[in-house]
Write a protein that binds this ligand. Structure first.
Ligand code: NAD
Length: 353
């Protein structure tokens, strides 16, 4: 098993260093993995004139999985769009055909009061949203604005092929198999033909996964249910636009951006794993960033690419124990609580492994 390590910019290298300490501890306990690092984002632009140099892309393509930090910095914001650090992620997604975005929303009981919702609504939440990344209204043709001012028409097209729907719904079923075996498929079949096709295909696939219970929900109701009673869900699968909106809504249920990992997977389970947050230039270089989203991204990689659920449980268990011990970085500490540095949080997770 080979992992490409791409720390990136801002807090990326700081939090990646802690995830690598966790990986080293797992290796000392018998996990067999190789790693190789490369520059990406603004750091790669400064060294090689491109945010995704050919050697970095090749390393990612040849590896079984990519552990990605974060990219972007104010210093690179004025560059032409194709040289901006953020282009690196889009390039990796496209070149590696990462079409399935997995975003967990997990609320550790100790952090339930960080949410804007009442703590009893979110405490213990453990939900996975799967978003399709290659189709839908974001890519469908025709598109554009035409006509004279005063009578212009704006058009975008919701477009899904059977194959695109099928492969993302399969990811939904397989993910549910690794969790609590309940999959909720999100659509808008009451008004959109493309979404009727989505639902028909989801139903067709059911017999292949007799151990998973499939339900369906219209997206407007899903948006409401996520706020009303988010703990009713195990895995949700949605198209590109609905998944985009629902996954952001779900991440806010947790109230702490520094805690949430994500994965983008291809058809064979190879994936890019990264925190949902960015490079946090406002706190970079100060050693105070929360490394838990990066560490949990490593846990997701063990579960979803390497099928090492027990090793993933160990990583998640060590994070839970660390939180239960009251160890907090600044972003999740309450006023007056002692604040741990990035390195202290990483060390605590390692010692709890
Ligand atoms: P951000 O996620 O970097 O930061 C938002 C806020 O959350 C900041 O106050 C930051 O300090 C805080 N925060 C984020 N991660 C944290 C952590 N681990 N610990 C403690 N606090 C944390 O979003 P932004 O400020 O809008 O964007 C900054 C840069 O990151 C931009 O260049 C943006 O384009 C880029 N970005 C990259 C990615 C990615 O690499 N996938 C994603 C989003 C944004």
């Amino acid at each position: 098993m080979k992992i490409a390590i791409l720390p990136g910019d801002g807090i990326g290298p700081e939090i990646m260093a802690e995830a690598l300490k966790v990986l080293d501890a797992l290796r000392r306990n018998g996990l067999k993995v190789e790693t190789e690092s490369a520059l990406v984002g603004g750091a790669a632009y400064d060294a090689f004139g491109h945010p995704l140099p050919a050697a970095t892309l090749k390393l990612a393509q040849d590896a079984d999985a990519v552990l990605f930090g974060s990219v972007g910095s104010p210093k690179h914001d004025a560059l032409p769009r194709e040289h901006r650090p953020e282009k690196a992620i889009l390039g990796l997604r496209k070149e590696c055909d990462f079409f399935a975005n997995l975003r967990p929303a997990t609320v550790f009981p100790e952090l339930a009061d960080a949410s804007t919702l009442r703590s009893e609504v979110v405490a213990g939440l453990d939900l996975m949203i799967i978003r399709e990344l290659t189709g839908d209204i974001y890519f469908g043709e025709p598109r554009g604005v035409s006509g004279e001012k005063g009578a212009r028409i704006g058009v975008n097209t919701m477009h899904y092929t059977e194959a695109q729907i099928r492969r993302i719904v399969h990811v939904g079923f397989r993910t549910a198999q690794q969790r609590n075996k309940r999959l909720c498929s999100i659509d808008k079949m009451n008004v959109l033909e493309a979404m009727q096709l989505w639902r028909d295909i989801a139903i067709e696939i059911v017999p292949e996964y007799p151990d998973v219970e499939l339900s369906h929900m219209l997206v407007d109701n899903a948006a409401m249910q996520l706020i009303r009673n988010p703990k009713q869900f195990d895995v949700m699968v949605a198209g590109n636009m609905f998944g985009d909106i629902l996954s952001d809504e779900a991440s806010m249920l947790t109230g702490s951006i520094g805690m949430l990992p994500s994965a983008s997977l291809d058809a064979n389970g190879k994936g890019l794993y990264e925190p949902i947050h960015g490079s946090a230039p406002d706190i970079a270089g100060r050693g105070i960033a929360n490394p838990l989203a990066q560490i949990l991204s490593l846990g997701m990689m063990l579960r979803y690419t390497f099928n090492l659920g027990e090793w993933a449980d160990r990583v998640e268990g060590a994070v839970k124990k660390t939180l239960a011990q009251g160890i907090r970085t600044a972003d999740i500490a309450k006023p007056g609580e002692t604040v741990a540095t990035t390195a202290q949080m990483g060390a605590a997770v390692v010692s709890n492994l």
